[in-house]
Design a protein around this ligand. Structure first.
Ligand code: SF4
Length: 77
């Protein structure tokens, strides 16, 4: 069995992910895409503590799909 890695099949590791609570419109799409990383709190998305950055593909998908562009990922620490 392969070990857990933060590197996506496409080779894009993620070092950090954030949600801008000011611009988030609370649609819940990111939570539906990666519930291991995002959760809803008071009508806004929030990154869980110790997010599972091994979900790189799904996190990048959530970033792309966020209608208010509130999700940001960085690829370097
Ligand atoms: S997809 Fe974007 S706007 Fe929708 S809940 Fe997530 S961060 Fe907020």
């Amino acid at each position: 069995m392969e070990g857990v890695t933060s590197e996506a099949p496409g080779g894009e590791p993620i070092a950090a992910v954030t949600v801008n609570a000011r611009t988030c419109i609370g649609c819940g799409r990111c939570v539906g895409t990666v519930p291991e990383v995002f959760r809803m709190r008071k009508g806004k998305s929030q990154v869980r503590e110790g997010p599972d950055l091994a979900q790189a593909d799904a996190i990048l998908q959530a970033e792309r799909q966020c209608p208010s562009k509130s999700i940001r990922t960085s690829k370097t620490p």
